[in-house]
Design a protein around this ligand. Sequence first.
Ligand SMILES: *Cc1c(COP(=O)(O)O)cnc(C)c1O
Length: 366
Amino acid sequence: MKIDFANPSAQFHAHKGEIETAILEVIRGNQYILGDQVKKFEENFATYIGVEKAIGVANGTDALELALQSLEIGAGDEVITVSWTAVATVAAIENVGASPVLVDIEHEFYTLDPNKLQEVLSPKTKAVLVVHLYGQPADMESISNFCNKNKLFLIEDVSQAHGATLNGKKLGSFGDVACFSCYPTKNLGAIGDAGIIATNNTILAEKILLLREYGWAKRYESKIPGRNSRLDEIQAAILNVKLGFLDTDNISRNEIANLYREKLDPNLFKTPIVRKSSQHAFHLFVIQSEGRDDLISHLNSHGIFPGIHYPKPIHLQEAYINRLKSGGDMSATETVSKKILSLPIYPELSLENVKKIIQVLNSFRS
Ligand SMILES: *Cc1c(COP(=O)(O)O)cnc(C)c1O
């Protein structure tokens, strides 16, 4: 037995026939970039999230950069986000010339602590970039209220929470603009790089469409300065197949999560708490444990390979340490970073294997 925390190849095998047919159709056709498959994916994804428009792009980091640029956020501007996220979130803010301002998370949910926003607010603040980490919705009511009150843009990074809901609404429909990565391991994953942006603001959507391809309103005529962040047809065709399975896949992830939450020894492990009135997407199933590094060795010796998301908070990484503005107290972020562990979770993981993993976990130190 060898079980990793994620397994994108198992997902391909689960839908092999349909995916291979979709790829063949593209390569036998004559449109490889920004064609019918991308259009179809954009329309279906916008409908799925419940927004006016979606724009396919090259990856999740680009999605964040284009969203920021469409809001004219750049040099001299500050964007508030968390230190507890994929580095891409923070890198994207710097890539457009703006300054990330990092705040702590709510210890029990792993998402941005709304109580930390006021102390970092400055005349330079333009936006809050909220991350729905591990598939868990952030506290959107408090964060939206703060943004409205202070006239800030609200940007959602939904790269780990495709399909998750809060109060019956899909994540990605709360902010001014929302960004999704479709990296292979994500809940909606391509077989390569891909990303998508969702928004209810059609003017913003038009601008992102221009920015995505050299500012072209018409071919070879740039209306505004842009770049290349095109989504290719093969990835879009694969995503069109997989979008049809996203809801059932998320149900499978929740079944696995429920089994872990029910059966893991509460004296040994702290399991995730799901926010009220929400559906968690369980991109990752993250527990906290004392003696985490010994636990990893124990699991490895039984063929189980968990992940750590993330080993080091961004404000302590070499590229960023003592350089970024932050809310000061990062105790929740720093505490969880030493204890967290991502257990195997993916739609194709059988409940039999989950039970075996639980047995191995509960035998830790016994
Ligand atoms: C994966 C991820 C990204 C980056 O997406 P890429 O497609 O790898 O560029 C951004 N933010 C979060 C929270 C992610 O998990």
